[in-house]
Design a protein around this ligand. Structure first.
Ligand code: PGA
Length: 256
């Protein structure tokens, strides 16, 4: 099996502004030290990206991500940001299809698919979010929903781009609720997601794709989740807003 480097990402959502990022980066740098075993990604709001890039400096211990982008290169799209604009700020990753964007901003599988293709062809690595609602889980529709999201989201994605893809499994009932999937539940679903990725690519490609877990990940539950063979990282919301708590999660990931 291919060794997949674990990826621990901080999704700040609409929190922490440009004046907050220097102290965050300084604390994180001290708390974490040099880490080569895993990849660390910080995903601030757009306006904080330049300040964070500067605070991290060259040869940074963490990489930069953005929370969204438009699929077009430029044009009359008021309020939107393009892949090239993100790249110009040294952004490597972009979160696409987050459930908050799907639920509150009308993002469909088709829109997510356009964004994934645009990101990949511009050299950005998508963190492609999928996940089911509680009603879908209770209705035993988890596999059907995830299969649709993955098949539609990755439609016409060139196989050569798959290794750049990160999938984030975020069950909606676990986001911001304090409720996490058990490590066994998450592992089963991650293995299922990998099997669907294999369907749309092939087995050995699917083995290279990293699949993060997201939804109330915190220092207390990170290690057990990250020990699961198909859980290749975490997308952390609430617990990433405090640099010390995010650093603890990183240390747990290194220890696994
Ligand atoms: P949470 O958010 O860790 O606050 O549950 C995760 C996410 O939505 O990415």
């Amino acid at each position: 099996m291919t060794a997949r480097k674990k990826i621990i990402a901080a999704n700040w959502k609409m929190n922490l502004a440009h004046q907050d990022v220097k102290s965050y980066a300084d604390v994180l740098r001290v708390e974490v030290g040099v880490v080569n075993e895993i990849e660390i990604v910080l995903i601030p709001p757009f306006t904080a990206i330049p300040a964070l890039a500067e605070a991290l400096g060259n040869n940074s211990f963490a990489r930069l991500g953005a929370q969204n982008m438009h699929w077009e290169k430029s044009g009359a799209f008021t309020g939107e940001i393009s892949a090239a604009m993100l790249q110009a700020l040294s952004v490597n990753y972009v979160v696409l299809g987050h459930s908050e964007r799907r639920a509150q901003f009308g993002e469909t599988d088709e829109i997510v698919n356009r964004k994934i293709k645009a990101a990949l062809s511009s050299g950005l690595q998508p963190i492609f979010c999928v996940g089911e609602t509680l009603t879908e889980r209770d209705g035993k529709r988890v596999e059907e929903v995830l299969k649709r999201q993955i098949q539609e989201g990755l439609k016409e994605v060139s196989p050569r781009h798959f290794p750049d893809l990160v999938v984030a499994y975020e069950p909606l009932w676990a986001i911001g609720t304090g409720r996490t999937a058990t490590p066994e539940q998450a592992q089963r679903t991650h293995a299922f997601i990998r099997s669907v990725v294999a369907l749309v690519s092939d087995h050995s490609t699917a083995e290279q794709v990293r699949i993060q877990y997201g939804g109330s990940v915190k220092p207390e539950n990170a290690e057990e989740l990250l020990r699961q063979p198909d859980i290749d990282g975490a997308l952390v919301g609430g617990a990433s807003l405090d640099a010390r708590s995010f650093a603890q999660i990183i240390r747990r990931a290194v220890a696994v």
